[in-house]
Design a protein around this ligand. Structure first.
Ligand code: HEC
Length: 220
């Protein structure tokens, strides 16, 4: 008899517990502290922040980590100056060329073509015109200029500064120089770099110290 009553109590208790369950509403949480985030949500609205925005503009005169100032102006003179004096701070390596080649395929090949002859798929479909070949002598394609036009864009060509970081733009520039060499029937830029390194060992040291200065600011 006692067991029957106990079983009865259990059945009634369970029925009461599940009867009000509504799967359209959130359930009760036991000690909810661990479920709700303690930090502020990205782009959330909170009174504690100026303008009630969690996302704030960086303080004046600060640079975000890994960002370097680009001093050349977005003008024809700026492009000419970058072509004349801006140098690739990174050493040309097989790995960087491979990354550059991949990024080039993503971002540039649709217009400039896989080989850099200016006949990408958008050109053959006549969606875009006036795209130069990297081998065009009148264009004087050099690393500084390639970096410059990726940073700012040039007329019909857009800027790639928001899609790529500084190093990636140099890696792409390396690949473009490689494409130019291939179009001109010259040896790859890796071969040329290795040849100059063995020919002139002092040059290697300058290149290396340049690379070290850059890596010092970058987090390892
Ligand atoms: C939407 C098509 C398009 C894409 C994508 C594109 N470009 Fe261009 N690019 C152009 C056009 C058009 C020009 C010629 C601009 C002019 O001189 O008015 C040009 C010119 C250039 C030049 C020559 C600049 C000079 O000094 O005269 C370089 C170098 C270049 N692009 C590199 C790149 C790289 C690297 C990428 C990928 C990150 C890229 N382009 C993506 C359309 C494109």
């Amino acid at each position: 008899m006692k067991t029957l009553i106990n079983i009865g109590i259990v059945i009634i208790a369970s029925a009461t517990m599940v009867s009000c369950f509504n799967d359209k509403k959130p359930n009760y949480q036991y000690f909810p502290n661990m479920y709700a985030p303690v930090g502020y949500d990205a782009y959330g609205e909170y009174e504690v922040f100026p303008g009630q925005q969690e996302a704030m503009t960086p303080p004046e005169n600060t640079l975000s980590r890994g960002y370097t100032i680009y001093d050349y102006e977005n003008t024809t003179e700026g492009l000419e100056l970058a072509k004349a004096e801006l140098q690739n701070p990174y050493e040309v390596t097989e790995k960087d060329l491979a990354v550059g080649s991949q990024l080039y395929t993503f971002y540039c090949a649709v217009c400039h073509g896989d080989t850099g002859d200016g006949k990408g798929i958008l050109v053959t479909r006549e969606k875009f015109l006036g795209i130069p070949s990297y081998a065009d002598p009148a264009r004087n394609i050099v690393p500084g200029g390639i970096y410059h036009v990726q940073t700012y864009g040039l007329n019909a060509m857009g800027s790639y500064a928001s899609q790529t970081n500084e190093k990636e733009r140099w890696q792409i520039a390396m690949h473009v120089m490689d494409l130019k060499a291939a179009l001109n029937g010259e040896p790859s830029i890796l071969e040329t770099a290795l040849a100059t390194q063995t020919a002139d060992s002092t040059k290697v040291e300058t290149t290396n110290s340049g690379a070290n200065t850059t890596s010092e600011i970058e987090p390892k």
